[in-house]
Design a protein around this ligand. Sequence first.
Ligand code: PMP
Length: 361
Amino acid sequence: MSRAFNFSAGPATLPEPVLLQAQSEMLDWHGVGASIVELSHRGPEFMGIAAEAEADLRRLVGIPDDYAVLFMQGGATTQQALIALNFANPRQVADYVISGHWGKTAIKQVKPYLDARVAATGEAGGFRGIPARASWQLSDDAAYVHVTANETIHGVEFRDVPDVGAVPLFADFSSSIASEPIDVSKYGLIYAGAQKNLGPVGISVVIVRRDLLDRAGQPRADIFDYRSHLKGESMLNTPPTWNWYLAGLVFKWMLAEGGVQEFAVRNARKSALLYSTIDGSGGFYRNEVDPAVRSRMNVPFFLHDEALDKPFLKEAAAAQLISLKGHRALGGMRASIYNAMPVEGVQALTAFMQDFQNRHG
Ligand code: PMP
């Protein structure tokens, strides 16, 4: 068996120790004689896993007690719709700052439920930057302001928390949660699909300031109600136990590695190495994002000649560097370098890129 360095944007590479542990526990979890995925979610085994996962995530991300944590099905896109139902009155205004593809998805999901306004968008500039805070058109009576902390496709990341006054700031952290310390108290709500930095696809995390759960929101089924999920300990119905269990193992791995402080250092190092290779290539490779807001997680880049794209991908795969093809919306290449991507993976990629340039430049 040989594992490649996998630069997939999500589902993404997982820490090898986590996969090995899951493998070793697959048939018999801790001596109970069955796999954890074969046991009731309400049994003591899984209830213990769920409680530990929440405690570990709280410690990892630094989530204050006045914030609730929910483990939800449906991916990040479902949370994008549910925030309207839970936190805004029908036809109330919500402001969206769009810095890439996922911000556009977010606003699309709420259009049936509220008066969704584009407070600012970087689309005219091809989403190569973040519109200056001074240009945002915010409404005083908005239910919330929504931003995408890291745009997975366009490779644009907020490097500070925007001040939006008294209106709660809601943020999609799907592709950057737990990649560095953040001040949770600056946000009303944070949500993230797990399949980049937290674990496997099939589960999402919602971190919400508890007082916001008192908002009436809109008529909705119980299963769409965050308050009900909180009361039901994220088990209103059968939760995705396998995904939750695996995410829990990833939380433990991240804590054991040194937590978000350590990952901030590693992620800064990895992304700096990759961007400096691109910028130092004399135009053979290029990244078009404003350097001030370049993502530390997703690095889109282009070769100077599109005809080289296919050979690049083929030779990379032969060198055990996989999933580098860019998203179809942008073309080119993209290297996703989440927490589970070791520094050695980025070193192998940049060495390959320099070698490829020497041979094809
Ligand atoms: N937001 C961001 C920033 C994403 O990267 C993605 C998925 N790539 C989504 C939302 C959508 O997530 P899901 O497919 O889990 O609904």
